[in-house]
Ligand binder design. Structure first.
Ligand code: HEC
Ligand code: HEC
Length: 90
């Protein structure tokens, strides 16, 4: 009987650790989701039906240092825009 009790507490501890790991993982993986989404406005909506790689060729015609919407100075490496700037779900 005593052995059985011990096993059960062990199980609860394991479960507790698993839940902690789950919460940690959730918080850790959350930040990228706060990255600005690809706007669904008259400028950007034409990119929605397009293949991602195809659409990305057009981004920098405006989003370049001399364009109408330069990227922020601290912008991360910009290879593959749409992997970070996700389309908004409609
Ligand atoms: C014709 C010019 C033009 C093109 C092409 C263009 N953009 Fe933009 N983009 C803008 C302008 C102007 C803004 C600022 C106003 C706005 O939010 O629409 C902007 C804003 C943004 C924002 C910021 C949204 C926010 O919430 O602050 C993101 C992200 C973005 N564009 C991504 C892209 C991506 C990715 C592509 C290529 C698929 C792209 N843009 C192509 C002009 C363009
Ligand atoms: C590695 C991920 C990543 C990639 C790839 C990437 N970006 Fe960004 N971008 C960010 C982050 C992070 C920010 C700043 C935080 C935010 O958007 O809220 C940002 C900011 C921006 C902004 C300004 C948003 C605002 O609210 O002012 C624009 C516009 C933008 N990116 C366009 C682009 C374009 C165009 C490309 C491709 C040429 C690109 N990004 C590629 C992660 C990325």
């Amino acid at each position: 009987m005593a052995i059985k009790e011990g096993k059960r507490t062990y199980l609860y501890h394991a479960l507790f650790l698993l839940v902690c790991a789950g919460i940690f993982w959730f918080l850790w993986s959350a930040p990228p989701e706060s990255t600005a989404k690809l706007p669904n406005d008259e400028i950007h909506s034409r990119f929605y039906p397009m293949d991602k790689k195809e659409a990305e060729k057009a981004c920098e015609s405006c989003h370049n240092p001399k364009g109408e919407a330069p990227l922020p100075a601290n912008h991360p490496p910009k290879y593959r825009c749409l992997l970070c700037h996700k389309k908004v779900q409609s």
